[in-house]
Design a protein around this ligand. Structure first.
Ligand SMILES: NCc1[nH]cc(CCC(=O)O)c1CC(=O)O
Length: 319
C-alpha cells in the first residue's frame, strides 16, 4: 500500500488533472503464511491477482516490488517503469544483538529466503535458521515476542515504512548479495488493443529511472537463465555509475555448502549481455548442478500448486 500511495503521489504531481484510485488487493503470497515461498510453489505469487484485475478492467496498472515479479510476464502484460531504487541491501534486525557476527552458537535467525539462508549458513554455520513469513509488522512482532534472536529483512521495506531505526546493521553486499530487483518498485500494465487512445506506457515513462532499469535488467537476466524464482538460492546485484555497470551474482545450495559466484563490469547500455556473461561464468562453476537439488524440490512444489489449483483452490479474488 505504501508503494501504491507513492506511485499515486508521483503521478498526481505529473498529471494533476488525473483522479487516481487505489484498489487494495491481497495475493496468494500474502495469504499463505504457514509455508516458505519455495514450498508454496508456482510463479507470480504476489502478482497474479493484480494481473487478473487488470485483465478484467478493474485496474489500469499494478505496483509491485520488482523482486516479486516473475522474470517473464504473461502475454498481454508489460513493465512500464522501474522506479529509482531504495536501499537494495539486506538488514539485520535484532533487539539484543548488533550484528550476525555477535550471535552466539545456536541463536535462531528468522528468514524464509533460501538466498539469505544459504549465505548465513555458509558464513555462520553455528546459527539456526527458522522460517519467517508475513508482512513487515508480523515479522517484527514475532521477533519482539522472542521467537528469534534476530531476523533478516530487506532494508527497503523498513525504510519505506518509516522504521529505519529497527535496522541494527546493513549487510554488506559482499557478504549478503541482494536478490534480483530487491529494493526496486515496478509498474506493470496490460497491453490493451483498445486503450481508448491512452498510451499508458508513454504516460508512465517519466517514472522510469534509467540506471535502476539497467541494473535490474541485468540482474533479472541472470535469474532468468537459471529459471529464476524465489525457489532457488540465487542472488544478482548490479550497480551503475557513469554508464558503467558492476554486476555480481551467486548461486548456492540451501545449506551453503556449495556456492558459485561471479562478477563482470561493462557498459550499462547492454545489461542483458552482462547478465549472460555472469551466467556463463556461474555455469562454468557448476551452477546448474548446485541448483539442481533445489530445482527438483521446486518442481515438486509447482506440481503440488497446480494440482491444488485444479482441485478448486483457486487464488482468491480482490478485496
Ligand atoms: N515478498 C518478499 C518481499 N518482496 C519485496 C520485499 C522488500 C522490499 C523490496 O525489496 O523492494 C520483500 C520482503 C523482504 O525481503 O524482506
Amino acid at each position: 500500500m505504501w508503494q501504491a500511495e507513492h506511485v499515486r503521489a508521483r503521478l498526481t504531481l505529473l498529471y494533476p488533472q488525473c483522479d487516481i484510485k487505489i484498489v487494495g488487493m491481497s495475493t496468494k503470497g500474502d495469504q499463505i503464511l504457514d509455508r516458505t515461498l519455495s514450498k508454496v510453489g508456482g510463479k507470480g505469487l504476489f502478482v497474479k491477482e493484480l494481473e487478473v484485475a487488470m485483465a478484467e478492467g478493474r485496474a489500469d496498472l499494478a505496483v509491485h516490488s520488482l523482486k516479486d515479479v516473475p522474470m517473464e510476464l504473461p502475454e498481454g502484460f508489460a513493465l512500464a517503469a522501474v522506479l529509482e531504487r531504495e536501499d537494495p541491501r539486506d538488514a539485520f534486525v535484532s533487539n539484543d544483538y548488533a550484528s550476525l557476527g555477535e550471535l552466539p552458537a545456536g541463536a535462531v535467525v528468522g528468514t524464509s529466503s533460501l538466498r539469505r539462508q544459504s549465505l548465513i549458513a555458509a558464513r555462520y554455520p553455528h546459527l539456526v535458521i527458522k522460517p519467517l513469513r508475513g508482512n513487515l509488522d508480523t515479522r517484527l512482532g514475532k521477533l519482539d515476542r522472542g521467537d528469534y534472536a534476530a531476523i533478516i529483512l530487506a532494508a527497503a521495506g523498513l525504510k519505506r515504512l518509516g522504521l529505519p531505526e529497527r535496522i541494527r546493521a546493513l549487510l554488506d553486499p559482499a557478504d549478503s548479495l541482494p536478490a534480483a530487483g530487491q529494493g526496486a518498485m515496478a509498474i506493470e500494465i496490460p497491453v490493451r488493443k483498445d486503450a481508448g487512445g491512452v498510451d499508458l506506457m508513454a504516460l508512465l515513462a517519466p517514472l522510469n529511472d534509467e540506471a535502476t532499469f539497467q541494473a535490474v535488467t541485468a540482474e533479472r537476466k541472470v535469474s532468468k537463465v537459471f529459471g529464476g524464482s524465489c525457489q532457488v538460492p540465487l542472488a544478482a546485484f548490479a550497480t551503475v555509475q557513469d554508464g558503467q555497470m558492476h554486476l555480481r551474482a551467486m548461486v548456492a545450495t540451501p545449506d551453503g555448502a556449495r556456492m558459485a559466484s561471479a562478477e563482470v563490469r561493462g557498459a550499462a547500455a547492454d545489461p542483458e549481455a552482462l547478465g549472460e556473461q555472469v551466467a556463463a561464468l556461474l555455469r562454468a562453476q557448476d551452477a546448474v548442478d548446485i541448483l539442481s537439488s533445489c530445482l527438483s524440490e521446486a518442481a515438486q512444489a509447482d506440481a503440488d500448486a497446480r494440482s491444488a489449483t485444479l482441485a478448486g483452490d483457486a487464488p482468491s479474488s480482490a478485496t
